[in-house]
Design a protein around this ligand. Structure first.
Ligand code: UDP
Length: 431
């Protein structure tokens, strides 16, 4: 598994570390539980970091040198991808491993994956997490380099995993990916961690007033997340002077983005109502979801929107713009509302409807709508995509990864139960 720019063990809620890291971590954990062996490769940030650490049963995290130490901007990583590939190949040869599947995350890792695929002949599966073509159309101008490579990867990888049917549609329309090469597997949620608990107790524990209406935002403090329009929406709810907006995420402390959002709250006359809590450890988030009346996801763009799933698993209603998986996840009038046009006004109306108690489902009822999103089930879906990719590339298996060197090691990647499974027939024209 390739996670070049964003570590699966990075600090969630900071600039480049969010849903993608959670996804890689949870997927790797479940694949390990299924008996597969997975190596997750990321860039080493600190020379003191050990190269190989055990993440979970059957899963290792490998940190490889690529460029200078410390954080590097995503584009600044490009000239160092060759070094990353060489380090990875050196590691593989030293350990005598033959990998059966290459799964890359994000287009940067995709570049490494496509190089390894050409060298090893192993199938390359990609999950983009975000699509440059869409971000371009919405808010952030994406570099031409990304657009060119992403398009090429979307058409040349053995299998593309999309997390929603909408994303599949975008891949077909924007990049010309062949629909039969795309599998749709949603993101998941840790149903043991995120579960309903008593709202009063949660508030007491966190020091929130039991009477205040509480609106929650969780995520990276990035323009794409639309926090500006959430602040404006709160500004439109002036009659609810006790309403509090709790903002979780960001690097914490006095960052330019926090300062900008604080200044905007001041300008809107709601500074007293907004609480910036900074980054909160993932495992500590459940009481926040439980203490609040509604989670708002006001994003301009999401590929999926994990925080909405986490809130729903806690039985907390969601108000969201029509992004990512929201049309599938949010059941209008039952588990939350979709803000019709994404304007501050429509967001404020939707919040108001939740606070008025207009939803028909209880916390347990809300949770019940997402019980099919446990990570074990999601990992089985991804495993199915791997099998399809293995079937498609079956004729090239074993090529290039030092046959004989590996001592059949690669076979161990597939769980015993899985080895006997029949993959779809080989598509010779694609091999
Ligand atoms: N998150 C966290 N602590 C924070 C902020 C965010 O653990 O302070 C986690 C959050 O629980 C979710 C992920 O980061 O699992 C964000 O994923 P999402 O899909 O909502 O957004 P992305 O970062 O992918 O844009």
């Amino acid at each position: 598994m390739l996670a070049v720019h964003s570590s699966p063990v990075g600090e969630l809620g900071t600039q480049d570390t969010g849903g993608m890291s959670v996804y890689m971590r949870e997927l790797a954990r479940e694949l390990g539980k299924l008996g597969h062996r997975a190596d997750v490769f990321t860039r080493r940030r600190d020379p003191a970091e050990t190269e190989s650490v055990r993440m979970f049963e059957n899963v290792r995290l490998l940190r490889l040198q690529a460029g200078t130490n410390g954080e590097l901007h995503k584009l600044a990583l490009c000239p160092h991808l060759g070094e990353f590939c060489r380090e990875l190949e050196r590691f593989r040869a030293r350990e005598g491993i033959r990998y059966d599947i290459i799964h890359s995350h994000y287009w940067l890792s995709g570049l490494v994956g496509s190089w390894l695929r050409d060298r090893w002949g192993a199938p390359h599966v990609i999950l983009f997490h975000t699509l440059g073509a869409l971000k371009n159309a919405i808010i952030e101008p994406e570099p031409g380099l990304r657009m060119t490579h992403e398009k090429r990867l979307a058409c040349s990888c053995d299998r593309v995993v999309a997390t929603t049917a909408r994303e599949k549609g975008y891949l077909v329309r924007a990049y010309g990916t062949s629909p039969e090469n795309i599998g749709v597997v949603p993101c998941g949620v840790d149903l043991d961690l995120f579960r309903p608990e008593d709202k009063e107790k949660a508030r007491q524990r966190l020091g929130f007033d039991p009477e205040d209406p509480l609106v929650l935002f969780v995520g990276r403090l990035a323009p794409l997340k639309g926090i500006d329009r959430l602040l404006a929406a709160v500004g439109l709810l002036q009659h609810r002077c006790r309403l509090r907006l709790v903002i979780i995420g960001g690097s914490g402390g006095d960052t330019p983005e926090t300062r900008r959002l604080e200044a905007l709250s001041e300008k809107l006359g709601i500074r007293e109502q907004v609480v910036f809590l900074g980054r909160i450890e993932h495992g500590e988030l459940p009481p926040y979801y439980n203490a609040c009346d509604v989670l708002v996801l006001p994003s301009h763009y999401e590929s999926f929107g994990l925080v909405a799933l986490e809130a729903l698993a806690c039985g907390t209603p969601v108000v969201a713009t029509r992004v990512g998986a929201m049309p599938e996840l949010v059941q209008e009038g039952k588990t939350g509302y979709l803000a019709a046009d994404g304007s501050p006004w429509s967001i404020s109306r939707a919040i108001e409807s939740v606070l008025h108690g207009r939803l028909s489902l209880s916390a347990d009822g809300i949770r019940a709508t997402v019980l099919s999103y446990g990570w074990a089930r999601i990992a089985s879906g991804v495993e199915r995509e791997y099998r399809i990719a293995l079937g498609l590339r079956g004729l090239r298996r074993g090529q290039g990864q030092g046959k004989g060197e590996s001592g059949g090691e690669g076979e161990a990647f597939l769980a015993p139960a899985a080895r006997g499974c029949s993959a779809p027939p080989c598509r010779r024209e694609l091999v």
